[in-house]
Design a protein around this ligand. Structure first.
Ligand SMILES: Cc1cc2nc3c(=O)[nH]c(=O)nc-3n(C[C@H](O)[C@H](O)[C@H](O)COP(=O)(O)OP(=O)(O)OC[C@H]3O[C@@H](n4cnc5c(N)ncnc54)[C@H](O)[C@@H]3O)c2cc1C
Length: 311
């Protein structure tokens, strides 16, 4: 790992202070929450922001509360707090299981829900030291013209490995984004672009303020396949949530640059998802384990999770 490069450091105490600093930086700033994704990336030389705006001291961004017909979770709420919350465990078991399965307990205590959602995509040719990367030409994600995994690929297929997004998508969550101009609510699905070079549709001056989940009791499961059970990113994450009327979503994570979401309202529709997911999954050789194995996993895990919760 390298030493951190120089950068302008700001640590405002208020949300308005953060939003003004974002404007002032003119696109040069990144936000620092827990830092468990950003700092390792900076040390590997994958990111060199001119400014860092540390949001840890901002008040009123750590909460889990009921607001009208939604449960709202503040962006600085730690993954550990999400895992321990009894309301979440009772109403949204999929989110509870995903939080428990995230990284390790120490990272859960430090990492935030906002940072978890907006973590960068990963690729085993990219998440490497600078020395290792210099053996190859720059790839699409590091400003080059070609992908080092697939010759001739036009778009980057680095993999989104967040554990919480599939669970939140299965619960039909949305995000509230704040800027100096005001706030807007976006369905969570819309923040993903599907392009690994710039995986999120948010602007440089946007701050994710909170998550909103429609408050209705669900049954569900998050199943994660990883190499090391004690601490690891998913090689596949599958989230399933179903409401009392039998309607719900199955969401695949770690299957490409964005999660894949499948809705269903009858058992027949749900039963067809493993086949569809198998067809849609187009893995490439950029993660541990061969692509064909990972494609096969999708059908097996989708069938298992549906079997445990619905059939
Ligand atoms: C060894 C190791 C194992 C890991 N394993 C897993 C795993 O199994 N599953 C998993 O999901 N993750 C894993 N992670 C990734 C990471 O630790 C978690 O995703 C964590 O929750 C990130 O939260 P953070 O607050 O530390 O994010 P940060 O590093 O602070 O931020 C991550 C990104 O989000 C942006 N950001 C943060 N907050 C906001 C906001 N409010 N608005 C706009 N942008 C924002 C930052 O600018 C940055 O680009 C692992 C990390 C490590 C080091």
């Amino acid at each position: 790992m390298n030493l951190l490069p120089d950068f302008e450091y700001r640590r405002p105490k208020s949300l308005s202070g953060v939003l003004s600093a974002l404007e002032e930086s003119q696109g040069k700033a990144v936000l620092l929450a827990g830092g468990t994704d950003l700092i390792p990336r900076m040390k590997l030389g994958l990111e060199q922001p001119g400014w860092i705006i540390d949001i840890k001291d901002v008040e009123n961004l750590r909460f889990i509360t009921i607001e009208g017909e939604n449960l709202t979770i503040g962006t600085l709420t730690s993954v550990h707090t999400v895992a321990k919350n009894t309301l979440i465990k009772t109403y949204f078991p999929t989110l509870h299981e995903a939080a428990v399965a995230t990284a390790s307990e120490i990272i859960q205590i430090r990492g935030t829900i906002g940072g978890n959602l907006l973590q960068e995509t990963r690729c085993n040719r990219y998440n490497k030291s600078e020395t290792w990367r210099h053996a190859f030409p720059p790839c699409l994600k590091t400003g080059g013209k070609a992908c080092n995994v697939i010759k001739g690929a036009r778009t980057c297929r680095s993999v989104y490995c967040g554990d919480l997004a599939p669970a939140l998508l299965s619960l039909d969550a949305s995000v509230v984004v704040a800027t100096t101009q005001g706030e807007r609510e976006i369905p969570l699905n819309e923040i993903f672009t599907g392009n690994g070079t710039s995986p999120f549709s948010l602007n440089k001056t946007d701050l994710v303020k909170m998550l909103k989940i429609p408050l209705r009791k669900t049954r569900g499961r998050y199943k994660k396949f990883r190499l090391r059970e004690t601490i690891d990113y998913p090689i596949l994450g599958i989230a399933l949530s179903v409401d009392d009327a039998g309607r719900g979503y199955l969401v695949l994570g770690a299957c490409g640059p964005r999660p894949l979401k499948y809705g269903f309202s009858t058992p027949e529709e749900a039963a067809d998802i493993p086949r569809k997911a198998f067809e849609d999954m187009k893995p490439i050789d950029n993660m541990p384990l061969p692509p064909r194995y990972r494609k096969h996993l999708v059908r097996v895990f989708a069938e298992r999770v549906l079997g445990e919760i619905i059939f």
